[in-house]
Design a protein around this ligand. Sequence first.
Ligand SMILES: [Zn+2]
Length: 268
Amino acid sequence: MAATMRKLICQVATNNFRLFPLYASSCKHHRLILRKRYKENEFLSSISFNNSGYDNCRRVLSTATERSNRRCWKCNSSTDEEKELYFCRCGVVQSVPSDLTYFKALNVPENFDIDTTSLSQYYKDLQKELHPDKYTQKSKEEQELAAGQSSFINKAYEALLKPLTRGFYLLELRGVPLEEVEEAVNPAFLMEIMETNEDIIDVASNPPVLQQIQEANNAKMDDCVQVVAEAFRNGDFALAKNTLIKLKYFTNIDGKIKGIQRNNMDST
Ligand SMILES: [Zn+2]
């Protein structure tokens, strides 16, 4: 109950950060959201720093200052955080900012509902620019920076492409703790999953029946994705989390079915 109350207060403070800037910025759950939601400079000018107790504000300040003073390591000109995230206008590759989110890295809005086609396109274009072949003639420093960016972008793409991992990552950004995950699953649901797992093994050598199970499981996954999307739209993170946990179980089943199908293909 206390936790729910605290969350509610945090939400109010975060949404009205002009009224409660100190509270909102000192709350570890919402500092991240704040940092993303408001332009840092605007956020900073609303906070006073006269009290030594406001260490959290100072931390937010120092990160934000670091970002707004971002300079190219090579030509030293100040770089635009959005347009020159990867390359300075002098053409030289930059380092990954420490608080860069996967969403920002791949130029998609920080939502569960994203356009995966444009996500994939953006990712592919970026990887082309960062490809090691382009850096064979460049300095070791540039090669390493490009490799660092490239691996970060790979991680970001992998996380955002699938609804399951995208959902969990978004919860993480929203400050929702993901531990104690097992507790959230009710016994009836677990029983259903166990039965499906047994069915899969029983019908492994009967591809048409296996496919029926797969189709039913796909429908359940689709339903979960719809519920999660709606939950995020409504700010209902608890529902999003519980449904993502279910989706994880259905995804495991899907993996097992695909494994059996591959084995069947190999043995024919
Ligand atoms: Zn430069």
